[in-house]
Ligand binder design. Structure first.
Ligand code: FAD
Length: 406
């Protein structure tokens, strides 16, 4: 599962201003912002570099997030290679309905697979900006978070020795099942929402079957089509939560996708080998506040949003921009304002995106629930997007995350 650090045996100083736990989009962005400002930090990651550079997940990045990366010198390859999308398409009642959000708002969705972004961020942090990072670490623990001398300990994968690193701040960026969530005190309020459905997440070695994202609302369940690259397409199929991916062999998957994404006026899907097949039980959570003593949470460690609206990585980047800038302002200039307002500022966008995911979930899943009343209101919601300019503008704003205040 893991391979050790690329710098085996090199000594790690026992003190850093910031220890960042987790090398996902959130942790690596925080690390890059700190290094660009000359603030030393240590990033600890349980997996290997090769593993995190290949782990398939997100693909859709909102334009404000692309610009945020660009301003921090982190979007070089993304700006050259990412595809920009202008439309999405809803398929229901055997027809395709195009929604041109770029025409309405002037904004795009950017498609750039998460492994490429993580690869860029690791290279910039470790190879260009000279940041300290340890891969393959074990048994990470956080200590004394309520003091002004917190620390993080971990086991070195080569020597098996425990290291204790003191710091001023811990950035908890280690996702939904990391050490930061395990270290939350009793006073943490964790709000949860369970959608009661599963999604079979699929990655197909197949060219996209349309030039945009497709959402299929079908009595048998939701299906989604997300272009990732000329030869790769992500698909989703609604299924019961906890379903076994092995119950979804190749032929069953493609029959269900063809059925649920069918439109009489569109060609059938282009099929291909399935590279990834796993069931996601759709649920959300939010941890409040996002700060506990010297522990600052960012990304999935603080809030999970099911991939219904493709918002999770965008929220992780928003947190990371705010946290990185706030840490630099405090450590370099003694200005505490960013850190003081961090949790509240992040949570306003988080709750907005959580609410939109709920709203969109009803559009995706309302027609297959078996309740004719829910199916009727879902179709009314859908039709409104295509008949009311005000409803279309509101949908586009939330879908693209273009609001300027939350
Ligand atoms: P992560 O990416 O989870 O990174 C956390 C890191 O911490 C990992 O590298 C992990 O190995 C490491 N770690 C874990 N435990 C420890 C520990 N104890 N010590 C040290 N390190 C540890 N979002 C979008 O915005 N758009 C999309 O299109 C989209 N599509 C998605 C599709 C799927 C199938 C899935 C599953 C998610 C999708 N998301 C999407 C969500 C997005 O992938 C996540 O929100 C994003 O990865 C969060 O980034 P993060 O840095 O907070 O956490």
């Amino acid at each position: 599962m893991t391979s050790p650090s690329p710098h085996p045996g090199s000594p790690v100083p026992s003190r850093f201003p910031v220890v960042v736990v987790g090398a996902g989009p959130a942790g690596l962005t925080v690390g890059n912002i700190l290094r660009a400002a000359g603030v030393d930090c240590l990033v600890l990651e349980t997996e290997s570099r090769e593993f995190i550079e290949r782990r398939p997940r997100a693909g859709v990045i909102e334009e404000w997030a692309v610009r945020g990366l660009e301003r921090r010198g982190l979007a070089g390859r993304l700006l050259e290679e990412a595809e920009r999308q202008s439309e999405c398409e809803f398929r229901f009642d055997d027809r395709g309905y195009r929604f041109g959000y770029h025409e309405l708002t002037g904004h795009h969705h950017w498609v750039y697979p998460q492994p490429l972004l993580v690869t860029d961020l690791v290279r910039e942090y470790a190879d260009v900006r000279g940041g300290e990072i340890r891969f393959g670490v074990r048994d990470v623990r956080l200590h004394d978070l309520d003091s002004d001398r917190p620390a993080v300990s971990y086991t070195d994968p080569y020597s098996g020795e425990r290291h204790l690193v003191h710091c001023d701040f811990v950035a908890g960026c280690d996702g939904a099942r990391g050490a930061s969530r395990a270290a939350l005190p009793d006073r943490a309020l964790i709000s949860r929402h369970d959608y009661g459905i599963g999604w079979l997440a699929l990655l197909a070695e197949a060219p996209p079957s349309a030039d945009c994202v497709l959402f299929g609302m079908h009595p048998e369940g939701f299906a989604g089509h997300m272009p990732r690259s000329p030869g790769l397409t992500r698909y989703y199929l609604q299924c019961p939560p906890g379903d076994d991916p092995d119950d979804w062999p190749h032929d069953r998957v493609w029959a269900a996708l063809q059925q649920r994404l069918r439109a009489a006026d569109r060609p059938p899907l282009k099929e291909g080998r399935l590279l990834e097949k796993r069931v996601l039980d759709m649920h959300n959570y939010v941890v409040e506040p996002m700060v506990f003593g010297r522990l600052f949470l960012a990304g999935d460690a603080a809030h999970l949003v099911a991939p219904i609206a493709a918002k999770g990585m965008n929220l992780a980047l928003n947190d990371a921009f705010l946290l990185g800038d706030a840490l630099v302002a405090y450590l370099a200039e003694g200005d505490p304002a960013g850190l003081d307002g961090y949790s509240e500022t992040c949570l306003r966008r988080v709750w907005d995106y959580e609410e939109f995911s709920e709203w969109l979930s009803e559009i995706y899943h309302g027609t297959s629930h078996g309740d004719p009343y829910r199916a009727g209101t879902t179709l009314a919601r859908l039709r409104r997007i295509f008949t009311s300019p005000a409803a279309a503008a509101a949908f586009a704003q939330q879908y693209l995350g273009t609001a300027t205040a939350f």
